[in-house]
Structure formats: C-alpha cells, structure tokens
Design a protein around this ligand. Sequence first.
Ligand SMILES: Cc1ncc(COP(=O)(O)O)c(C=O)c1O
Length: 373
Amino acid sequence: MAAVKIGFYGHVRQYHNLKAEIDNAISEVLESGSYVMGPKLALLEKELAAYCKTKEAVGVNSGTDALWLALIAWGIGPGDEVITTSNTFFATAEAIWLAGATPVFVDIDPATCNIDVNLIEAAISPRTKAIIPVHLYGQAARMREVAAIAKAHGLLVLEDNAQALGARGDNFEIGELGNAVATSFIIQKNLGCFGDGGALVTNDPDLATTIRRLRNHGSLKRSHHSIGYNSRLDDIHAAVLRVKLTQLDKWNDQRRRIARLYDEGLKGTSLKLPVALPGYRHIYHLYVVETPGRDALQAYLQERGITALTHYPIAIHQQEGYPWGHSARISGSLAHTERSSAQVLSLPMYPELTAEEAQITIEAICAWDKSQK
Ligand SMILES: Cc1ncc(COP(=O)(O)O)c(C=O)c1O
C-alpha cells in the first residue's frame, strides 16, 4: 500500500474546519421548522447578489437548472441555436438540449481551454439566440469580446459560472457583461453545499422574477400558479452556503497559492501547465495539466497514493450515442477540444491541501516526467 494518501477532494477537512458554524447553521434550520423557501434562502440570495455585485440572485436546485431555466425564461427552444464549447461538463450542453434548442460547438483557445472568441462569429446563423461561455477550471472567459459579438448580433449571453465563483476578468466582473450567470453549489465546487444546489445571478430583475416563478411551480404567490417546475434550493443548503460564502475569498486565495506551488514546481517538466491570463483572477477550481502520457501519469500517481482525475476526458460531441436523436451542430474543427480531452489531468486542488502534500505531488510528477525522457 502507498505510504501517502492525497485525495482529490478536501470536503471532510473543510467540514471539520468549520464544524461548529456549520452544525449550528443546520441545527438552526431544523429547529426553525422552515425548510423550503424560508428565511435562510432569502438571506443567501441577498448575500450572493452582493458578493457577485449584481442586483439579483435566485437559488435553484442545481447549476444545470440555473442554465436550463434561464434558457426557458428567455423563450429559447426548438429551432433556436446556442453557441458553446464541447469541453465542459456535460450539463452545459444538456441544458440547451433540455430547453429543446440546438447546441452549436466551437473550439477552445488551447491556452486557457475557454471558448475561442475568434471562432464565435463564424458559428452564428439566423437561428442563433444565445452564447454560453463557460468559465472553465476557475478562469473567466474573454467576456469583453463575447459581449461585443453578442451585442453586434443581438444575442443573449448566459455565463456558465459553475466553476469560477469569486474569479474576475482583467477589467470586468463575472455577471457584469452577460445577461445572466448560472452557478452550481454541488459539493466539489469552490462554494459547495452538502448535496445539489445552484443559483441564477443577474442584473435583470424581470429575469430574476421569471426564474423565481419557474422554480416554484409557476408560483410567486401562494395558490396562484402557471406552468413551472420544482427547482428550489433548500434552506439547509442555503444556511450552509451562507457560512461558507464568508470563507470563499480566503479559500480561493489558498487555491491560488497552491497553484503557484504547482506552477513553480512543474515548470521544468514536459507538462502543459494552466495559463492564467494577465490581470485575471483565476481561482483554480481545477488545476489541469496536459500531457500525451496522461493515463500513465494518472496511474503512476495513484500507485503512490495520489488521486488525480480527468475533467473532461470525453468531449461532449464524442460521447457515445451523441446527439441522442437531438439536434446539434459543430462549427469548424474541434481539434483543440479533442486533443485537450485526451491529455487533461486535474491535480489535487482544494484550500485544505497542505504545502507538503502539494510538494509530494510535484515530486512524484517530476520523477515520472524524468522517467519518460
Ligand atoms: C461547467 C459546469 N456547468 C454546469 C454544471 C452543472 O452544475 P450542477 O451539477 O449543479 O447541476 C457543472 C457542475 O457540475 C459544471 O462544472
């Protein structure tokens, strides 16, 4: 058995570090008797909007629902196209399909793995209604360029911010330039609850009201309904997230410190390291390296007790059965997406990871890299 054990996630460490506050927050909800659409959700929504510097935040039950409900709220559906990337978590495209619309995939910028903004215009057709840039791995997409294209073509912009809460661009905030932002609170995110959760964040009060209605069976007022869904964020999750939100900047700073250790320790190797754009605040939801020897390196680390995972090893357009009888379109080549998905490896990255654990991981990677020469 390996002498060290460096896990991929730090959820339990994080819980132990905040145990008293979290236990107290949960117990307050339990004692209150108010579990759904209660006061903790209302408080979290206020605090999250303030954190994001937006007018509104609406809690829903997942990041997927935040994406999907925004598309539905905008009336995007069959016959409409939405431009995005194929190297993202499946839910980005799934939300477009769930709305009945057609995802149009463009390639990524190989440096950042975010959407290549130079390829967006060529993907626009008369049916295009929106763009979903994904702030992948914790770094904002080039939103100034995305917003300028959207404006020129009358398109909506929905930012997929499941991975980058607390990140910033060089001269913009996430949420400042798009029409809406979808975020996820699933446990492994930088701000995670103990289950599923998400939020739609926006400066558009009408959109926020529509999402509030849609998430609660089409109801804004007791006993008054139109068609909607059940997609609420429970008060227990909201209470936990309120505690954790106060720590988020500190945790993201810690992730950035670990990223510096990895950057420094791995810079002499053959691995492609993450690229942080100048002036951007990358918050390293994931620290993703690339190497053609990805599978071998992953196995080598695992043998030494270090768990590294892949995000995402199969691009959406390469999933078996794609597109499952639904419509989809690929604009140009997805060569960078395909190369990246075959080579990506995410190293352990969480605020509770110690410098010593990062160093052990670095040394193991360097030893593997040397053995390849
Ligand atoms: C980029 C991206 N989009 C969307 C989602 C969907 O979020 P959720 O799992 O909360 O539905 C996730 C994460 O799971 C994600 O990483």
